[in-house]
Design a protein around this ligand. Structure first.
Ligand code: KIV
Ligand code: ZN
Length: 384
């Protein structure tokens, strides 16, 4: 089984979500929870403000079981500041990046490809003179020309990078293409076996998790992600979805993160609360409906054997139990279970009367509560 390192960037790329602004205390609380979850690397900052700087130092001094990193542009001042903030951490790591696609090099950087390579080499060398671990990211790699990308990556490795990240910065790529990009690097970068390859995907086309998994299948040994998939624009690949997919489909991926999966729900709720970003009900793994069953056929199957309609056990990710929601699609089997749980001891005629009244009520109300059921039971039993 391959071990996949989890590089969590909730506190950096995640905090770049529109409207999210975490204070020092909140960042530390999230960092502590990420440590409990067992992430390998935590990225906590990019271009720190004064307040951020203190917050990073505090995290660096408190968290002992993960490597702490910060993102830096390929410029000396960013690298120096990151060193000051991170030097007290257990395993200081710098994440330095420069753009690699024609559109970014021309319009954003106004640099030639040769100049980009030179700058990357200079900054990786400088970072490696301070930090024991240096990750180099070729920003917008998924839109770069592959021969140029291979050259840039080889030069960064020669300069001292220990991890190479190939991001899909704008969420443009597909699982098939990202697989090819990783396979191409494996075949065309002479020193590739000296480093860990990393994947970092955005969700603009809703493919961030699928792309991350395809990259893992093609040689990535590190995956970058955020809790609940928060991040720039449509967000980043969701940590919980990747970790659970690898766990549930070990037969397919033969890879695992080693995370303490039962901490997932708690981590998701904490990030949602502090970032003030509600989790959609139908969100995979952590949404309120992820383990809720409403239709009669599904509820009946669940009551006979949970594996009929649940591929993830709620306990795996720290959710107490699955729920049967009573609504207009529910069937008699689940309804009877619920009534029995509420103390119903009537006969089959009374049961049928309550069931019919319940169905009528479902047409009038969005949600039928336990109080409603008690009322229906009381009415029927007193009429009898
Ligand atoms: O999306 C991206 O390219 C990034 C990098 C700087 C790694 O966040
Ligand atoms: Zn990103």
């Amino acid at each position: 089984m391959r071990k996949i390192n989890v590089f969590d960037t909730t506190l950096r790329d995640g905090e770049q979500s529109a409207g999210v602004n975490l204070n020092q205390e909140e960042k530390l609380e999230i960092a502590r929870q990420l440590e409990r979850l067992g992430v390998d690397i935590m990225e906590v900052v990019f271009q720190p403000s004064k307040g951020d700087f203190q917050s990073v130092q505090q995290i660096a001094r408190t968290i002992k079981d993960c490597s702490i990193t910060g993102l830096a542009r390929a410029v000396q001042s960013d690298i120096d500041t990151a060193w000051e903030a991170l030097k007290d951490s257990a395993e200081p790591r710098l994440h330095v990046f420069i753009a690699s696609s024609p559109i970014h090099m021309k319009y954003k950087l106004n640099m030639t490809p040769d100049q980009v390579v030179e700058k990357a080499v200079q900054s990786v060398k400088l970072a490696a003179s301070k930090f024991p671990q240096v990750q180099f990211s070729a920003e917008d790699a998924s839109r770069a020309e592959l021969p140029f990308l291979a050259r840039l990556v080889e030069e960064a490795i020669q300069a001292g990078a220990t991890v190479i990240n190939l991001p899909d910065t704008v969420g443009f790529t597909t699982p098939y293409e990202i697989g090819n990009m990783f396979a191409y690097m494996k075949q065309n970068v002479p020193s590739i076996e000296k480093v860990i390859l990393s994947t970092h995907n955005h969700n603009d086309l809703g493919m961030a998790v699928a792309n991350s998994l395809a990259a893992i299948q093609n040689g990535a040994g590190q995956v970058e992600c955020t809790i609940n998939g928060i991040g720039e624009r449509a967000g980043n690949a969701a940590l919980e979805e990747i970790a659970v997919a690898l766990n549930i489909r070990k037969d397919h991926y033969n890879a695992d993160t080693g995370l303490t999966l039962k901490e997932i729900k708690r981590t998701s709720s904490l990030v949602s609360k502090l970032a003030n970003m509600p989790v959609p009900g139908n969100k995979a793994v952590v949404g309120a409906n992820a383990f809720a069953h409403e239709s009669g056929i599904h509820q009946d199957g669940m009551l006979k054997n949970k594996e009929t309609y649940e591929i993830i056990t709620p306990e795996l990710v720290g959710v107490n139990e699955s729920s049967m929601v009573l609504g207009k699609h529910s069937g008699r089997h689940a309804f009877k279970e619920k009534l029995t749980e509420l103390g119903f001891a009537g006969d089959s005629v009374q049961f049928q009367q309550i069931f019919d009244a319940f169905k009528d009520l479902c047409d009038k109300k969005k949600e039928v509560t336990e109080d409603d059921l008690f009322a229906l039971m009381t009415e029927t039993m007193t009429d009898a």
